[in-house]
Design a protein around this ligand. Structure first.
Ligand code: HGY
Ligand code: MN
Ligand code: MN
Length: 413
């Protein structure tokens, strides 16, 4: 079977998708259920129809595009990723896995290959935490990690519930129907940019992911006493932002304290109230991201941050509330998928590196309901979640070719 990837078409589709954005190019902002997300989904669905795939969307907007196999009753082989993008991101995070997955299917169709098992492209809803403060929303629901209570339980910054937002975006139906059974997929493989620099540094075109790091999210609110920036003397203050600043440094210190390079701690969001230059901050909201490949070590960091909050609150006379948004276990990739990808890489003469993913992905949750694996391709200087994120057409082509070959193997068994 001769698989030919149409790299030119694939790269131009990635380019075209980046045009559905709420930010000035080269930045991409595409928040789930927003106008650009809706238009991008419609465009992608039209490409799937063009490829004669059977397209459906579930009650939360996960999109499935299926190429029926000769034995459609068998559990399918899945591939896919996300197209939502955090504010001022790049154009390759997630989209390489969605459009690369579509091109892999088209290339197999063109080669005359006929799968035994159906092959299905999945576009996950809301992989990024932008809208609801938690990542992998769609795959959490698919894997039963989130229940249908999420409909009222999750709200965006404007207080709109998931139910309101998904209904307004045209997704009705019960969330309880989103969950996939453990026998829905026989295998799942996601193609993604590395979002790190190991592959580029070692000039290796392919990463074969063995484990996906364990993410956790915290919301920390600090309540102090506001007041006039001129009238309240320094000794009389309970400045919420100064306390929050100490907490931010405590997050950094706790992550560094493990001494392990896989432990990361970030405070990516900070809201200050009332937000006037001549008014002492009375309230601060922090959103914290802590991850590690070792779950126990990550949980130690979470505890250390909580202890630091208590200590800072006592010292500064402010109230600090810590809410744990999520604390997920890491995922082990399937030995079957890893060996299939390696077999294909060897056949294609592609050197590869087994590696951990420090970024999380929908595969983290798909691994709970199917044997799952990931293929990484290099991205320039490891840059991601920035407008200058870049993956070369050559890297994208090689990753897509490898994905097509692995999907063919998995769908033939
Ligand atoms: O944050 C992550 O790891 C992913 O890119 N959403
Ligand atoms: Mn991302
Ligand atoms: Mn991603």
């Amino acid at each position: 079977m001769q698989i030919e990837i149409d790299g030119g078409r694939l790269v131009s589709e990635i380019e075209e998708l980046s045009g559905y954005s709420d930010a000035e190019p080269p930045a991409v902002t595409r928040v789930v259920f927003g106008p650009s997300d809706k238009m991008a989904r419609g465009w992608l669905a039209s490409l799937c129809h063009e490829a004669k795939l059977a397209v459906r969307e579930d009650a939360v907007g996960n999109l499935f595009a299926r190429w029926a196999g000769m034995r459609p009753e068998l559990p399918a082989v899945g591939t896919g990723s996300h197209i939502d993008a955090i504010p001022y991101a790049g154009k390759f995070d997630g989209t390489v896995g969605v459009l690369g997955g579509l091109e892999a299917i088209r290339a197999l169709q063109r080669s005359g290959f006929r799968p035994q098992r159906s092959i299905e492209l999945l576009l996950f809803t809301s992989e990024e935490p932008t809208r609801f403060g938690i990542g992998c929303f769609g795959s959490r629901l698919l894997s039963g990690t989130l229940s249908d209570s999420a409909d009222e339980g999750f709200k965006d910054a404007e207080g709109r519930t998931l139910r309101e937002l998904r209904t307004a975006a045209g997704y009705s139906g019960s969330l309880a129907e989103v969950r996939l059974s453990d026998s829905y997929y026989d295998a799942f493989v996601e193609l993604h940019i590395e979002q790190g620099q190991l592959l580029e540094k070692e000039a290796i075109p392919i990463g074969v992911v063995t484990q996906i790091a364990a993410p956790a999210g915290m919301r920390i609110s600090v309540e102090g006493e506001g007041g006039h920036a001129g009238a309240v003397l320094m000794d009389d203050r309970k400045d919420a932002f100064c306390a929050a600043a100490e907490i931010v440094l405590a997050v950094e210190r706790s992550a560094r304290s493990t001494g392990a390079r896989d432990t990361c701690g970030t405070v990516g969001k900070c809201q200050i109230y009332p937000g006037a230059v001549n008014s002492i901050p009375s309230r601060v909201l922090l959103e914290v991201d802590v991850r590690d490949t070792d779950e126990a070590r990550r949980n130690d960091v979470l505890r250390e941050i909580e202890n630091a909050c208590e200590q800072i609150a006592g010292k500064r006379g402010v109230a600090v509330k810590v809410e744990l948004v999520n604390a997920d276990p890491p995922a082990q990739c399937s030995g079957k998928i890893i060996s299939t990808v390696i077999e294909s890489a060897d056949e294609l003469g592609l050197s590869y590196k087994k590696m951990v993913s420090r970024a999380y992905h929908d595969s983290l949750f798909m691994a709970r309901i199917a044997p799952t694996g990931m293929i990484f391709i290099p991205c320039r200087k490891g840059i991601s979640h920035r407008p200058d994120e870049y993956a070369s057409p050559e890297s994208i082509g090689k990753g897509t070719h490898l994905l097509a070959s692995a999907l063919a193997k998995l769908a033939s068994a």
